[in-house]
Design a protein around this ligand. Structure first.
Ligand SMILES: O=C(O)c1cc(=O)[nH]c(=O)n1[C@@H]1O[C@H](COP(=O)(O)O)[C@@H](O)[C@H]1O
Length: 290
């Protein structure tokens, strides 16, 4: 099961997920051109360096899509290489659309025979949580994971995520983010009940930034109550972010390998010869927190 597989990989390697975001300045640093070929080389090298070192990688689709078909082909190759290397993939696409279109997105990323198949994806619930149903269903069919945006790391997210549900809606009286957490928890609970119980981590996860400070408690919920993995954008590879992870998610969630700490530039900025060491350093700084 996806949640259990992710938790096992985190128990083995530590909680770090390395985002593959080939920014122009990183391509420069790595001596690569600003082309699809440069992005391909950057990403395949990152995967090769990280195999056996981290639990998961998170390719950011936008950095591939900007180069058109050749960039998307590089993304396909990156996903395949990560799969072969035994790395769990979180494809960061943040998709969210009306149900019928969401079905096509789900097939694009969660069908095992799709060229862009990933172990898990990020999705946006801001066209309504119910619109995500096709992705949640297909994830169940093919044993994949889905990370639903709840409290994102960017300050602009607050105007939507901290708002309270309107009268007459299901989320009335609750913050939008709080109601997403409750819905993700309900999906995990339904799957757990169908399995006959147990405390295995669910396949439905959240995205909650390690930088949100006290926002979750002020809004009246605990992200860990979702009973699935939490993808936590975490700043910096030099130990920064450790205190924030403990403060936001608590030692218990970290100890049960529920929090996948993701960082991109913080590790990739170490250059091609330093990526593995930077990821290992961060894993070691974080793995004993629980
Ligand atoms: O879903 C994400 O990964 C994500 C959620 C969030 O709240 N904030 C956030 O920065 N991200 C992504 O995480 C990556 C951040 O990269 P770094 O700031 O370089 O670690 C980018 O790919 C973002 O799109």
């Amino acid at each position: 099961m996806f949640g259990a597989r992710l938790a096992e990989a985190m128990a083995e390697h530590g909680p770090v997920c390395v985002g593959i975001d080939p920014h122009d300045h990183l391509l420069d640093l790595w001596g690569l051109p600003h082309t699809a070929a440069g992005v391909r080389e950057f990403s395949l090298r990152t995967v090769a360096e990280l195999a056996g070192t981290v639990a998961a990688v998170k390719p950011q689709s936008a950095f591939f899509e900007q180069y058109g078909a050749a960039g998307v082909a590089a993304l396909e190759e990156t996903l395949a290489a990560a799969r072969e290397a035994g790395l769990i993939t979180v494809l960061d696409v943040k998709r969210g659309d009306i149900g019928s279109t969401m079905g096509a997105y789900a097939r694009a990323y969660l069908s095992p025979d799709s060229p862009l198949a990933a172990d898990s994806i990020t999705v946006s619930p801001y066209l309504g949580f119910g619109a995500l149903a096709p992705a949640l269903e297909l994830a169940g069919t093919h044993d994949r994971g889905v990370f639903v945006l709840a409290l994102t790391s960017n300050p602009e997210g607050r105007e939507v995520q901290h708002a309270h549900g309107a009268a007459g809606t299901e989320g009335f009286g609750t913050s939008v983010a709080g109601s997403i957490v409750a819905k993700v928890a309900a999906h995990n609970a339904a799957e757990a009940a169908a399995r006959g119980g147990g405390d295995e981590l669910g396949r439905f996860g959240l995205v909650v930034g390690a930088t949100i400070g006290t926002a979750a408690s002020e809004l009246g919920f605990d992200p860990a109550s979702c009973a699935g993995p939490i993808l936590a954008p975490t700043p910096g590879a030099q130990g920064a972010g450790v205190a924030e992870l403990v403060a936001v998610f608590g030692a218990a969630a970290l100890a049960r390998n529920q929090v996948l700490a993701t960082t991109s530039r913080g590790v990739l900025g170490a250059g091609p010869d330093g990526v593995r060491e930077a990821a290992t350093f961060l894993n070691e700084a974080l793995r004993d927190l629980g």
